[in-house]
Design a protein around this ligand. Structure first.
Ligand SMILES: [Zn+2]
Length: 388
């Protein structure tokens, strides 16, 4: 019998499962309540306040805190204080701007709304796990740190979880990162990501009077077209995306400034460095009189991974198999990147299935939430028993 199956059969976990079944509807309602609070990256304060209030309603938790980046912390004490603690985290921020409509629509099977899966449900699962475990008969050896962190998406650059690691890192032995969607997927590797802003500057001028002078837009577009023609290797899988472009003053002005935002990713650090070199080589080839390029790094996510044989990965495998699901192990770009880069064994798991992530018609399936939560609780229980 697997460790997970043994744990699930203990009286305390049998009772915990019963309690979970009674809470399923509440966890979904909580996900909606969280989704209704806008939380673009860097503007997570209101969601942090919500989480703080929910943690403080649980007297079994201690060390409640909030830092300058709006990370919210609470600890469930373990029975063996000298053991390294387990971090359980979910990011509060979304990719949606403050004016995005947060309207929810539901069917019997699904809930649809901007950010409902990524990551309102993740935060609801974090709160649900904190509540269920702290009010149960379960006694875990290691301390559990429940943390709702900021700045996971976009230009947040994982600064939220980095601050969490700076604060708690020394006491941690393992970490579980929760993402609302992607139940059945276990992220055991963080892909390396680098983001560059490439700006082009020229003297500009009048479209008729100064025709022939270099245009920042023309030169940037040429560079962009060359970047878009790059064919990065399939192994290590490496990708690029020009996700934003801006510049110019008016239709009859030779642009004196234009900029593009480039997202580069690779399964390995070396792959990422090679891709970045190809881009910078193209840029060198485009340097010419009267045209100045300026490159700024606006994001840098480290890479790191766990071997499939790692005990934490085995537990994730056992938990999903126990639930009758087929686990898929993959690399992604989540808060786990920053933790793995520090050598902290970390997995990222999902709570339900869903789709259209990062779109306003993002949706989640209701029914699998029960399995997803049970997976999370069993994993927390088993990981709190691991000796690092
Ligand atoms: Zn997310």
């Amino acid at each position: 019998m697997s460790k997970i199956a043994q744990l699930a059969a203990t009286p305390a976990f049998v009772a915990l499962h019963t309690a979970l079944q009674a809470q399923q509807a509440r966890i979904l309602a909580e996900a909606i309540a969280i989704q209704q609070i806008a939380a673009p990256t860097f503007e997570e304060a209101q969601r942090a306040t919500y989480v703080q209030a929910r943690f403080s309603a649980l007297p079994q938790l201690d060390s409640l805190a909030r830092d300058d980046l709006h990370n919210v912390y609470a600890r469930l004490r373990g029975t063996e204080p000298n053991r390294p603690a387990l971090l359980v985290s979910a990011h509060t921020d979304t990719v949606f701007s403050l004016n995005t409509p947060l309207t929810i629509s539901q069917t019997d099977e699904t809930i649809c709304g901007a950010g409902i899966g990524d990551n309102s449900l993740g935060v609801a699962a974090l709160l649900g796990a904190a509540e269920l475990l702290s009010q149960s008969q379960v006694r875990l050896p290691a301390d559990i740190w429940f943390v709702a962190n900021s700045r996971e998406e976009g230009l947040g650059n994982l600064d939220g979880i980095r601050a969490v690691y700076a604060r708690l890192g020394k006491q941690l032995g393992h970490a579980i990162v929760i993402e609302g969607m992607a139940l059945g997927h276990v992220y055991i590797g963080g892909i390396a990501v680098k983001r560059l802003r490439i700006a082009c500057h020229t003297e500009g001028g009048h479209s008729w009077l100064h025709f022939g002078r270099p245009s920042a837009i023309h030169h940037l577009m040429r560079l962009g077209a060359q970047i878009a023609a790059l064919r990065p290797p399939e192994s290590p899988r490496s990708t690029y995306n020009i996700g934003l472009i801006q510049g110019g003053r008016s239709v009859n002005t030779i642009a004196d400034e234009a900029a593009l935002w480039l997202d580069l990713r690779s399964e390995t650090r070396e792959g990422l460095a090679a891709l970045e070199r190809s881009v910078l080589n193209l840029l060198e080839l485009n340097r010419t009189n009267g045209v100045r390029f300026e490159v700024t790094t606006v994001g840098d996510r480290p890479a790191g991974s766990l071997p499939r044989s790692h005990p934490l990965v085995s537990l994730a495998h056992e938990a999903l198999t126990y639930l009758g699901l087929t686990p898929t192990f993959e690399c992604g770009s989540t808060d786990a990147n920053a933790l793995l880069a520090h050598g902290l064994p970390t997995i990222t798991i999902g709570i339900t299935r869903g789709g259209n992530a990062h779109r306003s018609d993002e949706f989640i399936e209701k029914a699998p939430v029960l399995e997803g939560m049970w997976q999370l609780l069993l994993l927390i229980g088993a990981a709190a028993n691991l000796t690092p």
